[in-house]
Design a binder for this molecule. Structure first.
Ligand code: SF4
Length: 334
């Protein structure tokens, strides 16, 4: 029986982290000062196996989940990820997506599509090589990610969404150039307010570019008009180009909190359930799976956690809460 008790916030969207490792070191979610060479990532035996992930996915679908997003770290670093996609694609009626930094898409896009993946979201914080390299601590050009985006589109993983986290003084000068780049491309640029995720990115409120300013900057050159949400609980506010050049999304967790219709749960790579991106602790589901709990027992465990959910972090955010140690985004994905 789907969980209907939190009527305004039913469980609909599950994000599954399949690894905490990544080949990038983004300043806002995996700063190299913390996630350096000696950082101890999860050991392979700690990770949920694909079979365990599929078992848990069924327990969430039994509770009303309609969409699963595979995240990380960088999910395409997990070996044979296509096999997991194929296992999850067997679950009827599931919208299966994935968030990636795009660098492995040229090799993997066709196989992911064939395995049953529906769409991808690619993270790209600037189309300026110097800014891109500095923000992600990589030594290759933006072109590598753009090739990944085109490979995904060619494979039919569309529409491709492009996530850009905007940090004032770091990449905000790229807002309009990125809009120009994807205007008329069919890809959907989504601009994200810089957030106090985890406890390692040194977040400050004055480094946030508010959604209203982002829209105003783009609209000054490429006029925009508001567009209706695609579905309740959609994270991004949609804006359409008046000239028919497509749309953008703006994710305003800091200045326009959207906890009131948040329908998202997250599972970490080693099987902990988190009911908020800014949670401080999770519920271990792996132990249940590994001791052979039946599907209905797992479904009941998920229902119990969701029923007790009271998260509304973005509505209570303050300079005090920003300092509270929270789980790292690189650990449970966005
Ligand atoms: S802060 Fe937590 S409750 Fe609010 S929208 Fe984000 S994930 Fe949902």
């Amino acid at each position: 029986m789907p969980v209907q008790d939190t009527l305004s916030r039913p469980l609909r969207d599950l994000r599954i982290s399949v690894t905490d490792r990544c080949n990038f070191r983004c300043v806002y979610c995996m700063p190299k000062t913390v996630f350096g060479r000696d950082y101890s990532f999860l050991d392979r035996k700690e990770l949920l196996t694909f079979e365990e992930i599929a078992t848990l996915a069924r327990a969430f679908v039994a509770n009303g989940v309609e969409k699963i997003r595979l995240t990380g770290g960088e999910p395409l670093l997990r070996r044979d990820i296509e096999r997991l996609v194929a296992m999850l694609a067997e679950i009827p009626g599931l919208d299966l997506t994935l968030t990636t930094n795009g660098t492995l898409l040229p090799q993997k896009a066709e196989a992911l599509r064939a395995a049953g993946l529906t769409r991808v979201t690619v993270s790209l914080d600037s189309n300026d090589d110097a800014v891109f390299k500095a923000m992600n601590d990589v030594d290759f050009p933006v072109e590598r990610v753009l090739e990944g985006i085109e490979a995904a589109a060619a494979a039919g993983l569309t529409p491709v969404k492009v996530n850009m986290v905007v940090k004032r003084g770091v990449n905000d000068a790229s807002i309009v150039p990125m809009a120009r780049l994807f205007h008329g491309s069919g890809h959907i640029l989504r601009l994200i307010e810089y957030m106090d995720v985890g406890a390692t990115n040194g977040w400050r409120l004055d480094e946030v570019v508010p959604a209203a300013e982002i829209v105003q900057r783009i609209s000054a050159e490429l006029p925009l008009e508001p567009a209706a949400q695609n579905y309740p609980g959609e994270v991004a506010r949609r804006w359409r180009y008046r000239d028919g050049g497509g749309e953008i999304g703006v994710i305003a967790s800091v200045t326009q909190a959207f906890c009131h219709d948040c329908t998202r749960a997250r599972i970490s790579a080693e099987g902990k359930l988190f009911t908020c991106l800014f949670a401080q602790r999770g519920t271990d589901l792996r132990a249940l799976v590994r001791r052979g709990a039946a599907d209905d027992e797992l479904a009941a465990a998920v229902a119990g956690v969701w029923r007790g959910r009271a998260d509304r972090y973005s509505e209570i955010r303050s300079s005090e809460t920003a300092a509270v140690p929270k789980i790292e985004m690189s650990y449970i994905g966005g």
